[in-house]
Design a binder for this molecule. Structure first.
Ligand code: NDP
Ligand code: 2IT
Length: 444
């Protein structure tokens, strides 16, 4: 049996009931096959793959807190410290009722390769809780964040593990978490990224994932002789990544015609008015359907049908497995020719395979959404040197990093005769640096 197959089967057998983790491992290992085959003896001897699929540490803990009615609530909290081969663990925290060990392991595993692609010295981690922030008061959110950090602070630090935001964790939550970390440890340090600008945050971090997604999309389009100008674009989700992807896509001349949340989607053929989306989502914490009440050219549709809207470019920016094979086929049938993943693993394995086999340009999340964590690493640099850089300086660096990632990904694909297969390119380029660091550091 091939080394790759053997390890995949071992992962499935030893990690039952973790389908998202299996999926992420399968996607990565299968596309690494040509690299592994070339070096199989050495990798087997050093147990490279066995080590890569096993997190260095999983921390799992109880999070007790009291709601506004005075009732005790208990949630499950986690931090997965996946790999410190190339730097301190780095990756977001997700607060969502669906959070479990499988989802966080898939996200942590992806993060290792993504962070490697950024070219910056950051390892991979992920954490979160099965806490649902929807409908909670600010006091409840603060109470939860303080309790979560009261346990987590023991395991993190500016040179050890540096969490940030993800679904359900934005600047409000990072503020409460940071305040509690400082209170528990007495240290004012870059232990979290995505902080507010008044207490050590970086310019452009809020925008970074979405902006970076559009920067790498533009690289991919340019390499194919195309441009974003006047293209009709669908952006799923309406959270942090989606909003700033839409903003940059429009700044660059694209026309964003649909966005969504977990309840439904809006279609506005006249072009989405982002100030209204920001007001609904960032200020009022409302629902996307309210957009159609406020904008006469827009319609609201319940459910997951956003991929049925005809478009040129699709940017899935909500969550994992939000884009299935049937959606991919529908996008293609309606003329969509480019897809870049703002979310982590939004396309299922069969949808990804379909994109790769058709002529659709496809940039996977670990390359396409790496601008967020890359800018987090820039925030860490600023914190370490006690400096803060201008918006333009960070934005320029972000654009440069995304161009560099595109080159690395395209080059790795080419080296293995897999031209334009950016899934293989991203996995191979990310993997090579991590393996190199693992080999140098011995058996740890
Ligand atoms: P937010 O919480 O800001 O927004 C999430 C959006 O996705 C909301 O519109 C939400 O709708 C929707 N959504 C969440 N869960 C589901 C679901 N199960 N089905 C349908 N829609 C859903 O999160 P982010 O924008 O930060 O994250 C979005 C994606 O991008 C995630 O995959 C995340 O891992 C990834 N990512 C984030 C980075 C960052 O810097 N924030 C960096 C790189 C990747 P609703 O409000 O109805 O729940
Ligand atoms: O998935 C991701 O890359 C993030 N949620 C951002 C991680 C970070 O540390 O900025």
């Amino acid at each position: 049996m091939s080394y790759v197959k053997e390890i995949y089967e071992k992962v499935v057998a030893e990690n039952p009931a973790e389908p998202e983790f299996h999926q992420a491992v399968k996607e990565v290992l299968e596309s690494l096959e040509p690299v592994i085959e070339k070096n199989e003896e050495e990798y087997r001897q050093l147990a490279i793959l066995e080590r890569m699929v096993e997190p260095e540490r999983i921390i799992s803990f109880r999070v007790p807190w009291i709601d506004d009615k005075g009732n005790i609530q208990i949630n499950k909290g986690y931090r997965i410290q996946f790999s410190s081969a190339i730097g301190p663990y780095k990756g977001g925290l997700r607060f969502h009722p669906t959070v479990n060990q499988s989802i966080l392991k898939f996200l942590g595993f992806e993060q290792v390769f993504k962070n490697s692609l950024t070219g910056l010295p950051i390892g991979g981690g992920k954490g979160g809780a099965n806490f649902d922030p929807k409908g909670k008061s600010d006091r409840e959110i603060m109470s939860f964040c303080q309790s979560y950090m009261t346990e987590l602070y023991k395991y993190i630090g500016a040179d050890q593990d540096v969490p940030a935001g993800d679904i359900g964790v934005g600047s409000r939550e990072i503020g409460f978490l940071y305040g509690q970390y400082k209170r528990m440890t007495g240290r004012y340090e870059g232990v979290l990224t995505g902080k507010g600008l008044s207490y050590g945050g970086s310019q452009t971090r809020r925008q970074a994932t979405g902006y970076g997604l559009v920067y790498i999309l533009e690289e991919m389009l340019e390499a194919a002789g195309k441009s974003i100008e006047n293209q009709k674009i669908i952006v799923s989700g309406s959270g942090n990544v989606a909003i700033y992807a839409a903003e940059k896509a429009m700044e660059e001349g694209g026309i964003v015609i649909a966005m969504s949340d977990s309840a439904g989607y809006i279609h506005d053929p006249a072009g989405i008015k982002l100030d209204i989306i920001k007001d609904i989502k960032e200020v009022k914490r409302g629902r996307i359907r309210e957009y159609a009440d406020r904008v006469p050219t827009a319609s609201y549709h319940e459910g997951k049908g956003i991929w049925s809207v005809p478009c040129d470019i699709a940017l899935p920016c909500a969550t994992q497995n939000e884009l299935h094979l049937a959606d991919a086929q529908m996008l293609a049938a309606n003329g969509c020719y480019a897809v870049a993943e703002g979310a982590n693993m939004p396309a299922t394995l069969d949808a990804t395979d379909f994109f790769l086999k058709s002529d659709i340009l496809f940039m996977p999340g670990k390359a396409a959404n790496a601008g967020g964590v890359a800018t987090s690493a820039l925030e860490m640099s600023q914190n370490s040197t006690r400096l803060s850089w201008s918006f333009d300086k960070v934005d320029d660096k972000l654009r440069g990093i995304m161009q560099d990632i595109f080159e690395k990904v395209a080059d790795a694909a080419k080296r293995y005769n897999l031209e334009n297969n950016y899934v293989a390119g991203a996995n191979i380029a990310g993997f090579e640096k991590v393996v190199d660091a693992m080999k140098a550091q011995g058996l740890v």
